[in-house]
Design a protein around this ligand. Structure first.
Ligand code: SAM
Length: 300
């Protein structure tokens, strides 16, 4: 392949896309990243050489983005408008303003590729219709991918993904099916795991999802893990104790590298929140490898 694709990461959080893109550094260069949270920008900039900028994307200018002349956009817009447990207001929710602004800008700037990640629920939303119809002249693939089913990671994290490709109308992307699933024990860390406090166990023990070291089926870890004790992730049964997976272990389940740094000022609560918002690296890597195949076939 000739020149490197230049990529942008919108709603970058702690940089799940940036980590996945490192594997493709010969063919892909990250040239811009944005998020409106000052704290996640600090964490991002500790971990990635490309400097992310704190900005409310409701008000980003098409001119600034056009100047970066990027080929590939990755976006993980806020998922609250589509979550099953939320009000599901879709485009009527004010938190979709930045997403709508960005697809209008994409339609003017016309990057070669626009990739999006969101929660299950997005696929039947008015936002998906807007993505498909307002980006004109793009081929489109979308689907749900779970890192457990496709890449043998032990925890479930089924998410909606879309790939829009300018002037390329026959898109076929087939997520693999993993032949084995790795056990939880592969992902555990030296960090001392905290025990679930007795008063919490007294209230929630029955309802909490519990797994053991050899389990290959952990539930999705949300940003509310270890705050909401039910339906926010699995807990580890270790003899009589029930333990809370550490933030590092939740990063491991998402495929983050060991060198990831939080910075000393980040609390455990914040870590669970940010990692709960982030991405499964094997899934993003898969989609990037598919895009690079499309790019190679275009330029041959
Ligand atoms: C689903 S998370 C994306 C996480 C990211 N993909 C990662 O790997 O960590 C959505 C992110 O959008 C940011 N965000 C929400 N509304 C925003 C806005 N209007 N402008 C910029 N960032 C926003 C949040 O701070 C959050 O980090």
């Amino acid at each position: 392949m000739g020149t490197k694709l230049k990529a942008l990461e919108f709603f970058c959080g702690i940089g799940g896309f940036a980590f996945a893109s490192k594997e493709f550094s010969e063919n892909l260069e990250l040239v811009g990243a944005w998020d409106n949270s000052e704290h996640v920008i600090d964490i991002y900039n500790r971990n990635h050489r490309s400097k992310a900028v704190q900005k409310n994307l409701d008000a980003i200018s098409g001119h600034d983005i056009a100047q970066l002349d990027a080929d590939l956009w990755w976006m993980s817009p806020p998922c609250a408008p589509y979550t099953r447990r939320g009000k599901q207001k879709h485009l009527a929710d004010h938190r979709t303003k930045s997403f709508l602004a960005l697809i209008e800008i994409a339609n003017q700037v016309r990057p070669k590729y626009v990739l999006l990640e969101n929660v299950v629920g997005f696929e039947s939303s008015s936002a998906r219709r807007a993505l498909k119809t307002r980006l004109t002249g793009y081929g489109f693939w979308d689907g749900l991918i779970c890192p457990r089913q496709s890449f043998g990671m032990p925890n479930r994290r089924k998410r909606y993904y879309a790939v829009a490709c300018r002037d390329q109308f026959e898109l076929s992307i087939n997520p693999p099916v993993a032949s084995t699933i790795q056990p939880c024990s592969f992902f555990l860390d030296q960090d001392v795991r905290r025990k679930v406090p007795p008063e919490i166990l007294a209230k929630f023990r029955k309802a909490m999802l519990k797994v053991d070291m050899e389990s290959t089926d952990l539930s999705v870890f949300t940003g509310a893990y270890a705050k909401s004790w039910v339906f926010s992730g699995s807990y580890l049964q270790a003899g009589e104790d029930i333990e809370i997976f550490s933030p590092r272990e939740v990063l491991n389940f998402l495929g983050f590298p060991s060198e990831f740094e939080w910075g000393e000022e980040t609390t455990a609560r914040q870590k669970y929140k940010y990692v709960g918002n982030s991405l499964s690296i094997p899934v993003v890597s898969f989609l990037l490898s598919e895009v690079l195949k499309i790019e190679a076939s275009r330029s041959s």
